[in-house]
Design a protein around this ligand. Structure first.
Ligand SMILES: C[S@@+](CC[C@H](N)C(=O)[O-])C[C@H]1O[C@@H](n2cnc3c(N)ncnc32)[C@H](O)[C@@H]1O
Length: 285
């Protein structure tokens, strides 16, 4: 069978199983099997797949049909132009988190800090820490996570992008034991687990395949956010910023938490779809 015929068969198979974006999923898998970009793969429509390619392709299509996320099958996810390795041990980087990084870059470039110190809580694949290290070559980053497996992957990703010398990865439960970092950071950034526990069961199968530790924000989704906001002021320099990714319904609650903790200039920013997604506050100087 030609590549086109395999694509048609795969798209129909995935559609029958309710896989979102069935055809593009099949195209990405075909491109990976052929070891080329998606456009090149599509241009090879009339070429037959050899037996090894066909077996490989159909094995991946079946996994996608079981609603395994495409990024877990491919083992990688683009993030702000970086190829980030992903495994089942960590959250798959999202486009809204790219916007969080861009906002952090803007905050730091408009601040007085020439060699900014960044603390990231809950680094997962390390995508935020690595992207910030690349965008801000004078920055130093400390990135924490509670998951040893996520930290190992984050370090691997940092090494792959030559950012490992400027990021220290530490196993840490939010802030516990971080006395040495008091007043250290110009920026504290986090994309914490923020989904209310009761909403987890209703998530798409692809999201349910991600680690619960990365998703579950407790009864109202705000457990980690509350703890981070409460501890942030002690970690930040005067004039430092706290930037958080939030769930779209959490804007008013998180702004309230930031103001109550003494942050000024609190703003909630919307993502490209117009949903509240990023909350920012500044510690008074
Ligand atoms: C939503 S994921 C974000 C991952 C990555 N920063 C990103 O944006 O793609 C949240 C991360 O926080 C970590 N985490 C959850 N609870 C934590 C805790 N108490 N202390 C530190 N990290 C925690 C999870 O393991 C997960 O990697």
């Amino acid at each position: 069978m030609t590549a086109d015929e395999w694509l048609e068969k795969a798209a129909a198979f995935l559609e029958e199983r309710g896989v979102p974006e069935a055809r593009p999923s099949a195209e990405f898998l075909l491109a990976e099997v052929l070891g080329v970009g998606r456009a090149t793969a599509l241009s090879r429509g009339r070429t037959p797949l050899n037996e090894r390619q066909a077996l490989h392709f159909w094995d991946w299509v079946k996994r996608r049909g079981r609603r395994e996320p495409l990024a877990y099958i491919l083992g990688t996810q683009p993030f702000l132009g970086l190829d980030i390795e992903v495994t089942r041990d960590c959250l798959i980087p999202r486009p809204e988190t790219e916007e969080l990084v861009v906002e952090c870059e803007r905050l730091l470039k408009s601040s007085a800090a020439s060699a900014p110190k960044i603390l990231e809580i809950g680094t997962g694949t390390g995508c935020v820490a690595i992207a910030l290290a690349q965008l801000l070559p004078a920055a130093t980053v400390i990135a924490t996570d509670l998951s040893d497996k996520a930290l190992a992957l984050a370090f691997k990703n940092a090494l792959a992008h030559n950012a490992h010398r400027r990021i220290r990865f530490v196993r840490e439960d939010l802030f516990s034991g971080r006395q040495s970092l008091r007043g250290w950071a110009d920026l504290l950034v986090s994309n914490p687990p923020y989904i209310p526990t009761k909403d987890l069961d209703a998530l798409e199968p692809e999201v349910k395949a991600e680690p619960r530790l990365a998703l579950d924000g407790g009864r109202d989704g705000l457990d980690a956010i509350r703890a981070i906001v409460a501890g942030a002021a002690a970690m930040l320099k005067p004039g430092g910023h706290l930037a958080l990714e939030i769930e779209e319904r959490q804007g008013p609650a998180v702004s309230g938490l930031l103001r109550a903790a003494g942050f000024k200039g609190v703003v909630v920013k919307k993502d490209a779809q117009g949903r509240d997604r990023i909350a920012v506050g500044k510690l008074v100087e």
